[in-house]
Write a protein that binds this ligand. Structure first.
Ligand code: FES
Length: 108
């Protein structure tokens, strides 16, 4: 994702805003990212991705999601229709797999 792409589509919270929030506030738990413009408190689609960004920050890495904004948004729409997250998109983004398996290796 690019910095201006939205991670939380419900509240239009960009990756850049989340990165800044993490850097400034250094929240001890991922759920506190909700204090950044209510990220994650709408449909809950973005919650595992917010958790992934928080984990990257905690490890001293630059928070990022390895998924295109188009694919991310399409998967969110399917999530709204089915109530289930597309495991492939979660893994592609680098977030922990919902079945506990490690995420896919980052793509070049
Ligand atoms: S996309 Fe973040 S709460 Fe819906």
């Amino acid at each position: 994702m690019d910095p201006d792409d939205h991670v939380c589509l419900c509240f239009r919270v960009s990756l850049r805003k989340i990165r800044t929030f993490l850097a400034v506030e250094n929240p001890p738990v991922a759920s506190l990212i909700s204090e950044c413009l209510s990220a994650g408190t709408g449909c809950h689609w973005c919650v595992p991705f917010l958790e992934h960004l928080h984990a990257q920050h905690a490890r001293g890495e630059s928070p990022d999601l390895n998924v295109s904004p188009q694919r991310y948004a399409e998967a969110r729409l399917k999530f709204h229709e089915s109530g289930a997250r597309d495991e492939k998109v979660v893994r592609e983004a680098g977030a922990p797999s919902l079945d506990g398996a490690p995420p896919d290796e980052p793509r070049p």
